[in-house]
Design a protein around this ligand. Structure first.
Ligand SMILES: [Ca+2]
Length: 405
């Protein structure tokens, strides 16, 4: 009798374990994918400290913002190692409990300055603290001619929109129009990527902030030459006057912009699938919402042609499914040098929890290699052979890339 009880208990437990595994597999094969990749992260025994000498060579002078927070990057221990084909990335982590979804960050030597998207002190000073809904908030902070500007997305009554505020005078420098049918706005997709072109000129990305289908009016703004949404905007500051021109159009939600070598690249979120890395040229149309390699969230097909109904620019690389591409910078110097004369860029991801090195030549991607982490990476900085990455809610990853031998 007792034996029978044990056998049936054992069978029930085995069946329950098997079922829960099957459920997990069926609904989230991605969990297992990540788990397998975790094997590439090895724990380091006898930890030494991360070499931060490349950070002290940083050319940007520290900014005297009286808001935001500082994370110190001194004396961080190497605890993990990721092995690539010819390189190893040895890294550690600084836990930062206050770090949420970062809206702006700067690496100043061995300190990271950052401000969260929903930072109360700043949104309160801007008079928008009760209007940061629908995933709005501080999307970027940058300077033109040493004047600091904040790009902030917010909802005021029935109007979902964004504005640029001069942080010295606190005056509105640029007001975007209300999004059409604002009730469908998702201000996560307000862009906020920026790139300094000259002392008095910056590129700033807006986006088409909605999860709705391509035919929705918010998405259609990206193709309109009369709308500032869905664009890369060139901001010029001349004699204290800010002027705006449309640099390129057809962008869904660019989150990162960088000039690497001779080219400007952006990384932008696609719909369901179809995140993109684009080579940016003035006057180009990058296709959204006429074209995407992704699909609608209801699985509806989106046109794949680059010539019909009008000519649009294909991405250099698209990610299907989407990795939640979040930021872009150059590759570590040692990696770049190893693969020269080919070129290299690094792109981070939220959903993919990675930093990918993308080696390309003449607009053609040759191969990619992946630093796979376990955290969503929102922004990162490459200085020399050191990478510093800000994660959502967890802290900062910092490490050095070295040759394997
Ligand atoms: Ca596109």
């Amino acid at each position: 009798m007792k034996k029978k009880f044990f056998i049936s208990t054992f069978l029930i437990l085995t069946l329950a374990t098997f079922t829960s595994l099957m459920v997990k597999w069926q609904f989230s094969p991605y969990v297992f994918f990540i788990k397998d990749l975790k094997k590439n992260i090895a724990a380091v025994t006898n930890p030494s400290f991360i070499n931060t000498k490349d950070l002290s060579l940083n050319e940007d002078p520290p900014k005297d913002h009286d808001f935001g927070s500082i994370i110190k990057l001194h004396d961080i221990k190497i605890v993990k190692l990721i092995q690539l084909n010819n390189f190893k990335f040895q890294w550690g982590r600084v836990d930062a409990k206050e770090l949420k979804r970062v809206g702006a960050a700067e690496l100043n030597g061995k300190n990271i300055w950052y401000v969260n998207q929903d930072d109360f002190k700043l949104t309160n000073r801007l008079g928008l603290e009760d209007k940061i809904t629908s995933n709005g908030g501080i999307k970027s902070i940058f300077s033109i001619n040493n004047k600091s500007y904040v790009y902030i997305a917010y909802v005021d009554n029935a109007c979902a929109t964004a504005r640029l505020i001069d942080l010295t005078s606190m005056k509105v420098a640029l007001q975007l129009p209300c999004l059409p049918n604002s009730e469908n706005a998702d201000l996560n997709a307000s862009g906020g990527a920026f790139l300094r072109l000259a002392d008095n000129a910056v590129l700033l990305s807006t986006g088409t902030p909605t999860m709705a289908n391509p035919d929705h009016e918010i998405n259609q703004t990206a193709q309109s030459d009369k709308s500032l949404w869905g664009k890369l905007l060139k901001l010029n500051l001349i004699n204290d006057k800010l002027t705006v021109e449309i640099f390129s159009k057809g962008h869904r939600n660019p989150q990162g912009l960088a000039k690497i070598g001779e080219n400007i690249f952006d990384v932008e979120h696609g719909p369901m699938g179809g995140d993109e890395i684009n080579v940016i040229k003035k006057g180009n149309n990058y296709g959204w919402p006429l074209q995407s390699l992704g699909s609608q969230y209801d699985l509806g097909t989106i046109n794949k042609s680059y010539t019909k109904p009008i000519v649009t620019e294909p991405p250099m690389l698209s990610f299907v499914p989407s990795i939640g591409i979040s930021y872009i910078d150059k590759c570590p110097q040692i990696y770049n040098d190893y693969y020269a004369p080919n070129e290299c860029l690094a792109a981070s991801s939220l959903r993919g929890k990675s930093i990918d090195f993308i080696v390309h030549k003449n607009g053609k991607v040759l191969f990619t290699e992946k630093l796979q982490f376990n955290e969503r990476i929102r922004k990162f900085f490459v200085r020399g052979n050191t990478i510093v990455a800000l994660t959502d809610f967890k802290g900062v990853i910092i490490g050095n890339l070295d040759k394997l031998n």
